[in-house]
Design a protein around this ligand. Sequence first.
Ligand code: URQ
Ligand code: ZN
Ligand code: ZN
Length: 594
Amino acid sequence: MAPARSNQSRVLIKGGKVVNHDFAEKADVYIEDGVIQQVGKDLSVPGGATIVDATDKLVIPGGIDTHTHMQLPFMGQVAIDDFYSGTRAAVAGGTTMIIDFVIPQKGEGLLQAYDKWRQWADPKVCIDYSFHVAVTWWSEAVKEEMETLVRDKGVNSFKIFMAYKDVFQLNDTQMIEVFKTCKELGALAMVHAENGDMVAELQKQMKSMGITGPEGHAYSRPEIVEAEAVNRAIMLSNQSHCPLYVVHVMSKSAADSITLNREKGQVVFGEPIAASLGTDGTNYFHKCWAHAAGHVLSPPLRPDPTTPKYLMQQLANGNLDCVGTDNCTFSTEQKALGKDDFTKIPNGVNGVEDRMSVVWTKGVRDGLIDECKFVEVTSSKAAKIFNLYPKKGRIAPGSDADIVVWDPSVKRVISKETHHQAVNFNIFEGQTVYGKPAYVFSQGVAVLEDGNLRVSQGHGKYVSRKPNCSHVYNILRHREQTQKPEAVQRDAYSGAVADASFSSPVGKGANSAAGGGGTSPRYGGSGDENGPGSAGRKTGPPPGQTDIHKSGFRLDVSLSRPPNQSRQSDDDRPIRPSSRVNREPGGGSSFTFG
Ligand code: URQ
Ligand code: ZN
Ligand code: ZN
């Protein structure tokens, strides 16, 4: 006998305007057992359904926050918003799913870390959630665990840190291994893009200059340090045929790097966050230490006050994709661990509660995006990129009943005094924002009713995500087939070959820039001035060859006419390379000798 269905599981949302990323229409929505059953006008529904009046409101897919760190152990502290307070605050702001991060310590098993994070989250979450997994070290064991996570745990996204030197940071060689593995598994690679070595150097410089306040955080991580890493990560991933998702895009330069690479056909997605859309880095120069430190996250907010609008414009025109928050909150007391040294201020800020209102205010109300684009950047695009669509991110029959009845007319002033987060600071303090949820449904259950929270711990479920997301991989797979490099079939070279033992007559000192030990044979050196073939020989060319160094011509390989070639009138003159510069695809250049 099927259990009696409570009328709670049957809800009819009437009189609203349904807004999806691609279309908006006046329509009613009927939910039963956690799934959207019907969308349309004059619906015929079973008796006993709960009626929700959505007149003058929008009925939108629940927000998806692609980037949170609830109760993250980091920099000697644990983020103060945990999986309960953090997801409760998410509901208050209209978000019905978060994708958080499992971040193993270097050397810690990825599966062990995954299990630990599941144990933290499952009993507490108020809404559905999923996990990205960070790769903070590399070995064959890590590769094997990535395979297991994709096959058995529903993970389809892995994050690399290019910053936090000696803590989470990977080098290029390790990054390439992760990208290759992601590609083999059909998983999306994500990156925290900052040049961590340059950050470490600039941090030292700032402290040597006596700059210990939060302004030092901004000075030590300028935009170029973010943009360089974005460009490098895109090159490394796409050369590995792996798609890339750049988390927390914080600057114009980083956004421009993504745009430029996308125009060249690279597969890269960009995620601005509520913080970079809603405020800026002038706060690091505030006279109140707690205020300035409360804005410390990495990459930092940018002192250029036009950055938020610029990033919103990139969302509007599709150069950037979806909005996360990087919600990783530390109280003022926790931030005060860095009161004398900015490098010790735990990095992270709030956002999970205010994300949707910030995007509505700075985007829709300010005329940069419309309501469909609002749905796209706060929900649908994230669902597509992380292979959740249309289960999540759409109001349509068969989709999960994760629904928000959005009131666009409401106005409020953001404050730590009234927000639902556990943290005692809010980076949007005092800002007037528009738009707020009147009702929120999670799995068809009302978790916010008439503005009142009705959440319960553990209600949320972990959502598995399959690999090989077509939205992410189709073009790369297609390109790999259609643009496969092929060896050129040619007759074997039959001419003379240079004397491999020839050692460059260049003096010892000239090689120090090559990192010591002389130059490699490939570049005309012997790898060591006393390398093979040079024993007992005075410097200079082998017998019968022109001493090119006397003539002022420099070649990095020795050229000689094939022995069978007859002498020519200009034989006593040095051989001048006829050089032609070929522009390689991608803008490099190479010399070929004619
Ligand atoms: O870097 C991150 O994404 C984590 C550690 C949160 N902190 C931050 O400053 N962004
Ligand atoms: Zn990060
Ligand atoms: Zn993060």
